[in-house]
Design a protein around this ligand. Sequence first.
Ligand code: GCB
Length: 658
Amino acid sequence: MVGGSAGTWAVLGPLLWGCGLALQGGMLYPRESASRERKELNGLWSFRADFSDNRRQGFEQQWYRAPLRESGPTLDMPVPSSFNDMGQDEQLRRFIGWVWYERETTLPQRWTQDLGTRVVLRIGSAHYYAIVWVNGVHVAEHEGGHLPFEADISKLVQSGPLSSCRITIAINNTLTPHTLPPGNIIYKTDTSKYPKGYFVQNTNFDFFNYAGLHRPVLLYTTPTTYIDDITITTNVDQGTGLVYYQIFIQGSDHFQLEVYLLDKDGKVVAQGTGGQGQLRVPSAHLWWPYMMHEHPAYLYSLEVRLTAQTAAGPVSDFYTLPVGIRTVAVTKNQFLINGKPFYFHGVNKHEDADIRGKGFDWPLLVKDFNLLLWLGANAFRTSHYPYAEEVMQLCDQYGIVVIDESPGVGIVLVQSYGNVSLQHHLEVMEELVRRDKNHPAVVMWSVANEPTSFLQPAGYYFKTLIAHTKALDPTRPVTFVTNANCEADLGAPYVDVICVNSYYSWYHDYGHLEVIPLQLATQFEDWYKTYQKPIIQSEYGADSIAAFHHDPPLMFSEEYQKSLLEQYHLVLDEKRKEYVVGELIWNFADFMTDQSPQRVLGNKKGIFTRQRQPKSTAFLLRERYWKLANETRYQPWAAKSLCEKEPVYSVKQELPLH
Ligand code: GCB
């Protein structure tokens, strides 16, 4: 890591093989309730990148001790956002090392004076390694740029007369062979070509390594005895929905729990008591994917009510969790949701946009979901890292099925298959499952994208990783996304579904679209013959620069992108009758990458531009996806509202405005 680590790289406790999470505590999304308050810290923060040669000046001068402005000039930095594209400074855009964020805030008096209140600082994501101080006191460290972490700061804010609170976060974006994603720093030592100390960050993935506070930062409260975690799994028995719950409490051993399951109208349909149990919902409304049912994405609400006896008197805590009742299963040639064959017709995405980079943005999120619904997409993969929690919540609400991917992208070096990397990857899967386990939209975990899975250590690595993920969550299938040759792939024996990426007539056989049907058919046949597992075409596509036209089709024109997709569809239409269970286009939208002669201001394989305007392929896929929805429907409803040729657009297809 450039600038070194100020503490240890967090190891989150011993792994309990097959025994569930080894992580301490839950990571429930902070929701308001009668017992919980939230204070968002989004907006402008003070910011400084440490440009010193060793990038350690901030630690040497202890910038966290006093307001950041006292140790030098600061910039205004919006949160959430990547810092890279905020200014006109190319040095900041590609900065590697420690950057410092700071925000001062005033807390409500009750938070600082009521010792029965627990005050928690929650950071949605800080890419990549973060150290956090409150009023100059170290409160947390976290490795990994895509998952939330928290610090209980009650003692700190309740220990003095101050109601103000200064939060300092130092973030290092360096990627090493043991980070996820991995990378390496290359020092250029030839002084005839590079200045002294010159280094570059090398990565093996195809998106820009944006950094900063990418997701909301907030403070929230709970009582000191509180609902720490809830795990829900569901099943269906002849129309009766079964909801199993397990609730973890912190702060006291003397408590009562009541749980109520409410339908959309707020009517209690089942109730229970105690820390675990089963709720039965006769004639349950199942959670169906978008386009698979007239009323997709039905969500119940699980209200958890805690009352505890503490030394200070009785305490209550309330938490409400959305719950979708559905099942997921895999056969040797089908992917089943609620016992019905499900065909993934959707996209791969990135968290990426102009100016804000990977920063979470509500307008962008709503626009993207409207585009997904318009397109008739029923699924996406969180390529190549976990997305914001708010994204997952919208997937639950709109019935967009998710393949939830870890940041295991670009694992290509042998060093990245050692024990240090494996241990970290296991921990990341624990954090991911802990965060996303209750989302009905999540139907499969993906532990990695395109690792060098033919290298000798990959077999042990993936066997261990997949077994651990299944032990964490026995209710969902596990995969990783491969581009290896099927016989050489040492990880494929352990996955439940084969996810394969291929770029015929793009990265080879340039311009020869006519070879796609043969090559793609061979790809599917080889994989199926070898493993007898359902297959998803998890990426395919071609770059096109919007408004570049050429007919007959030439590479980079919209016509070429469209024709390439059509060649793929010919084979997909044959093989989906057998064992192909999905197709996900690469990519939903154009996105920023590192600079290279192969990339024209980023990757242009989007069917939408980076500004979310459609290319010709968006219309092609829209027609295809609505048609697929119609053909793969099982509800008679679908036939009425979708037609064979021209899609019919009803109000249902638009995202309701709240
Ligand atoms: C892939 C990768 C993806 C790239 C894409 C491409 O196989 O999984 O991250 O962006 O190819 O466009 O090259």
